[in-house]
Design a protein around this ligand. Structure first.
Ligand SMILES: [Zn+2]
Length: 276
């Protein structure tokens, strides 16, 4: 409760270094935002913030080790000192705090984050994120984890940020031999659905490819293909763990039924997907 109050004004995106306004305060005038908290709340929070600044680091770290990831996230929004303690990607102390919290409170999430992803990014993506990471869509049944692209988002945003195989070949004029170099998303594995590619990944990979000498390209493509093949089974594992962590059994069944219902109910949409 206290941590929620303290973090009313700002929240973090762990994939970005920027702090953004909390959606509850967003859109209000400065005056509205000031009166968002009562004056008595503001004075007590000011006092708590003063005390918070003076807690010795060792004790603060000890306190953090008993907090749920949601509370750590809220605490990181309180002040710069807490943010630098809880939001550092390189600090072993930060990683240890989040790892301890994950193992203690999110027991389904026992698998460590993949190489290159911090503990706080991992927990945010798997558990704490309650809406589409690109827009304000909050309907859980509109949201899906696509670990292949490290995205928890709605279908609209997924479509905006991805490109089909057909478009890549016919409009972007990407050579077919290069397709093995891009991470791909197969949304409906049993429905012969064609894969989607993340535009950002494609552009970055094409940029790297174009910098190579002609003699280096065949070997480079092989290396990229091996890299993609290596993480494919890992992606499936993280997608499964996400579903088990975020949804209970009833919700998993409901999501499956909705997916099947959507498929049998909208054959035209399925045909559209196949043709694209
Ligand atoms: Zn969205």
């Amino acid at each position: 409760m206290l941590l929620t109050k303290l973090s009313l004004y700002s929240c973090f995106d762990p994939f970005s270094s920027t702090v953004r306004r909390n959606s509850r305060a967003h859109g209000k005038s400065e005056e509205d935002q000031f009166y968002y908290l009562s004056s008595s709340s503001i004075s007590s929070i000011s006092m708590i913030l003063q005390v918070a600044q003076t807690i010795p680091s060792e004790i603060l770290i000890e306190i953090c080790s008993y907090l749920h990831p949601q509370d750590l996230y809220s605490l990181a929004s309180v002040c710069k000192r807490y943010r630098s303690l809880l939001w550092s990607r390189g600090s072993t102390t930060t990683q240890q705090i989040w790892r301890t919290s994950r193992m203690r409170y999110v027991t389904n999430l026992s698998l460590a984050p993949p190489l290159g992803m911090s503990e706080q990014q991992y927990i945010w993506l798997m558990v704490l994120l309650k809406k589409c990471m690109f827009c304000d869509e909050k309907d859980r049944f509109e949201l899906t984890m696509h670990w292949e692209f490290r995205m928890y988002c709605c279908n609209k945003c997924l479509n905006e940020k991805t490109v089909s195989r057909k478009t890549l070949l016919n409009e972007w004029n990407v050579p077919e031999t290069l397709l093995v170099c891009f991470p791909q998303l197969q949304r409906n594995k049993n429905l012969q659905d064609l894969p989607l590619y993340l535009k950002r990944n494609v552009l970055k990979t094409l940029n790297n490819y174009n910098k190579l000498k002609a003699s280096e390209r065949v070997q480079w493509i092989k290396q990229q293909e091996n890299k993609i093949l290596k993480i494919q089974s890992e992606n499936e594992q993280y997608n499964n763990i996400h579903d088990q962590t975020r949804y209970d059994h009833t919700e998993r069944v409901e999501r499956l039924l909705r997916k099947l219902h959507g498929f049998y109910d909208c054959p035209r949409r399925y045909n559209y997907t196949l043709n694209n």
